[in-house]
Ligand binder design. Structure first.
Ligand code: ADP
Ligand code: MG
Length: 470
């Protein structure tokens, strides 16, 4: 495959491999099963592999068939896929939305429809099987790669895990998506639990907390709710920006917060911005958030991205040569989650085609991603580039701060987002900390108008556009 051809090759390699993986599984079953069984049960199935290869969703015609397939065949399907793919791949059975059968919809729609449908997971523990503390035991300090970007946050978290209730209470960790905030929180919980197995720990996403409050409200079970939260030794609460505009939740959280601090229990929180940058959260809560230690996690630098790739592929049982890791790390820059997605594609591609991991192979496996990246510029990327250029924090792109030194770069970033991406005004507003589309429109008009008259601004915009277009 030549480089020249690669950029305009339309289908996603993830889907290609996914479909051939599924097809191989079906072919194998055709040989194993009596013809009639195969024709009745297996042949009508369709499947889609989630783009990052974390799972395969198998669509079944109706509820009855779903139960039958689960009972009779899902074990064999899982085993075959695992054998072919080279590692465990989660198999999820779902009732096929009618349109999905017609195959006229995109992969993304598939996934959205599935989450809207009832779906049944085979093999893995159901959500009700979560441990009470909701800790994900696979997210630990051991597998969290350290670098300049997360050194401070990691050290503070480690301290909290070892000596909870003393320094840095609450610990407030903020940063953009996919940078390891959630991972770090679970690491704190897992470490404390390992050291002091009796500890009462709870990891909870802010949205879940909100729904707990709502439930307590409806069922009039606030006493239980309080007992549950106020008795903890360690509360890990993720993405507190979701508390915005939820007054009752904020009040309950404030109460829990005070009760926990009074008995020297530790609280760790994460958010996409620093406390004072949070929108629509009561001032008294914001000042509590800021009363311990606030640390940022930055996007990982090149060497850290390389280290993460090498580490993670080793965990998956494959060696990624350093030059390949550098190639990938140079091309996938936004966050660790994206890096993991790229790695999964490369490993799947290598296993499925039984080829060694090389730069050429990585280029092929990531063909789609690389060409999209060349053509498309993400809003995240614009925010980061503009923030760097004007020397403000990336978090200020979502914050509600209004001084001109911040508001202006933010308007410039909004203008560039409208100019350089396909996103709509409401979508852009959402990505800038949930702002209204009229705010975006105002920024676009203002900067667009001023650019005609102010040569200096025009110059700056040119530089930014060039940087972004690469
Ligand atoms: P966030 O909560 O900031 O959005 P996550 O904690 O969910 O990000 O991290 C996204 C993914 O990247 C997770 O799978 C996590 O394990 C992984 N990850 C993030 N940072 C690191 C790191 N420094 N080393 C190893 N894996 C990391
Ligand atoms: Mg998270």
């Amino acid at each position: 495959m030549t480089e020249g051809l690669s950029s305009n090759h339309p289908p996603s390699p993830g889907l290609d491999i996914g479909q051939s993986l599924w097809q191989s599984c079906v072919d194998q079953l055709a040989q194993e099963l009596p013809e009639q069984q195969f024709n009745t049960w297996i042949k009508p199935l369709t499947a889609t592999v989630v783009d990052d290869f974390s799972k395969i969703i198998v669509f079944v015609g109706n509820r009855f068939k779903l139960d039958w397939i689960r009972a009779q065949y899902s074990g064999r399907i899982s085993a075959l896929l695992e054998k072919m793919y080279g590692q465990v791949i989660l198999v999820e059975l779902a009732i096929a939305p009618k349109e999905a059968i017609a195959k006229s919809i995109t992969h993304q729609h598939f996934v959205e429809m599935v989450s809207a449908e009832e779906s049944v997971t085979a093999g893995e523990a159901a959500p009700s099987g979560l441990p009470k503390n909701r800790l994900n035991t696979t997210l630990t300090f051991d597998n969290l790669v350290e670098g300049t970007a997360n050194r401070m946050a990691r050290a503070a978290a480690m301290h909290v895990a070892t000596v909870p209730g003393h320094l840095y209470n609450p610990l407030f960790i903020y940063g953009g998506v996919g940078l390891g905030k959630t991972h770090l929180m679970h690491a704190v919980g897992n470490r404390l639990l390992a050291d002091k197995p009796g500890s009462k720990i709870l990891y909870i996403h802010a949205e879940q907390f909100v729904s707990d409050v709502v439930k307590a409200y409806q069922r009039k079970t606030f006493d239980e709710f309080k007992e549950r939260y106020h008795s903890l030794d360690l509360l890990l609460i993720d993405d507190v920006q979701f508390f915005a505009n939820k007054d009752r939740t904020q009040e309950e959280f404030f109460n829990a917060f005070e009760a926990l601090l009074a008995k020297k229990s530790h609280i760790v929180m994460t958010s996409d911005t620093y406390p004072k940058g949070l929108a629509d959260i009561h001032e008294r809560l914001v000042s509590r958030f800021d009363s311990g230690l606030t640390v940022a996690i930055e996007p990982p630098e090149l060497e850290m991205r390389v280290a993460i790739l090498i580490n993670k592929s080793r965990v998956e049982g494959s060696e990624m040569p350093e030059e390949v890791a550098f190639f990938v790390a140079k091309n996938v820059r936004s966050n660790v989650r994206e890096l993991e997605g790229a790695l999964r594609k490369i490993l799947a591609y290598s296993r499925f085609n039984q080829k060694e991991i090389s730069i050429q192979l990585a280029r092929e496996a990531l063909r789609d991603l690389l060409s999209i990246q060349n053509r498309q510029i993400s809003v995240e990327n614009i925010q980061k580039t503009v923030a760097d250029y004007y020397k403000i924090k990336v978090a200020d792109m979502y914050s509600k701060k209004r001084p001109a030194s911040i508001a202006r770069p933010r308007q410039i970033a909004m203008y560039l987002a409208k100019e350089l991406t396909q996103k709509s005004l409401p979508e852009i507003g959402e990505l800038f900390g949930g702002r209204d589309h009229t705010t975006v429109l105002h920024a676009v008009r203002k900067i667009g108008g001023e650019r005609q008259q102010m040569t200096e601004l025009n110059q700056q915009l040119h530089v930014l556009e060039q940087t972004l277009k690469g």
